[in-house]
Design a protein around this ligand. Sequence first.
Ligand code: NAP
Ligand code: GDD
Length: 360
Amino acid sequence: MSGKVALITGITGQDGSYLTEFLLAKGYTVHGIIRRSSSFNTGRIDHIYRDRHETGVKLFLHYGDLCDATNLITIIANVKPDEIYNLGAMSHVKVSFDMPEYTADCDGVGVLRMLDAIRACGLEKSCRFYQASTSELYGKVQEVPQSETTPFYPRSPYAVAKQYAFWILVNYREAYGMHLTNGILFNHESPRRGATFVTRKITIAVARITEGLDKCLYLGNIDAKRDWGHARDYVEGMWMMLQHDTPDDYVLATGETHTVREFVEKAFAHAGTTIKWIGETGTVNEVGVDANDESRVLVRIDPRYFRPTEVDLLLGDPSKAKKVLGWEAKLGFEGLVKDMMTAELAMVRGETTDPEAPRP
Ligand code: NAP
Ligand code: GDD
């Protein structure tokens, strides 16, 4: 068992929850930064959290925020982590157009605050740092597939903020010899994915429509293509990056790309419904109907979900991560949709609240 100490920002998010489970199973003591909220935001980690007055507790939570430098310095000085995983971010691309300044502060300058906090605490030679970078950096893609050498062309305030984060990390790595790594992760999903990201939005709607609780799913651009993997595989990749003695930048992806439209079709198929598309393809007049009863309109296009600038196609080349780290995505598109739909149906039917939570 490791005995190492890790600090995770964004511990309450999708990736934070899987990474915490993974590190605890490896014997780490895990500290997480959570935001103060008037309602509980720890739902994804409640199953592993134990009161600190109990014995043998290995998971500790601290209030903090990536926009508050003094607080980050205090936490890092107290925790003295061996590894930091910076997963905290305003992570929704569409929302970043509504909140560009906050997104820049949290997702861009927030990383600078973390790096300077490590230096202020004198940990720059001992503490390894993972930055949750993103395939959104490729934006209007300059080549297909995208690898570590593909030029960036960000297409949203989110992606521009993450680009600053990417380069400030590279600069600090070169300037101060710190062990800092960018993980350029393509989309990864799970039954714990936030409900406004497209895969989870689809699986929730399909499960609810199947159970007679909803009638129709409203989507934006269903012809966008993404390289979708499972979050559990990707958090293992984050850890593998920090175990490598030389810090570097790595793409994690499945090497498969599919449209949102295909995700919709597969998700409905899993629930026993065949979708037929009617109306002019790629317009707001296109609808998805039940092929066995065309009067049932199950999918409609709502332009409010279109983005001012879209990322049309993402397809990653993960060969460097495979060669150097031995990392590979275990679950591809088919397996992901099946995993998410099986979980969603169980959740909607009230059989479980988190089918992915480890059983005692
Ligand atoms: P997520 O579910 O949206 O979680 C984001 C986390 O960041 C939450 O814990 C959130 O706290 C926290 N957070 C938000 N603003 C913060 C602030 N100002 N200070 C501190 N923490 C803050 O995202 P995810 O899918 O797990 O992704 C994790 C990271 O990977 C993000 O940085 C994301 O941009 C990046 N990424 C994700 C993907 C993907 O496909 N999932 C791909 C590439 C990169 P609350 O719970 O309080 O909101
Ligand atoms: N969210 C959403 N809602 N997206 C929709 C919808 C809808 O109703 N309809 C179509 N889409 C399309 C979006 O326009 C986009 O092209 C695609 O579905 C995926 O959208 P999201 O699931 O919101 O994810 P994303 O690709 O924009 O961003 C995610 O992946 C990035 C990595 O590439 C986020 O997790 C980012 O934080 C991450 O960096």
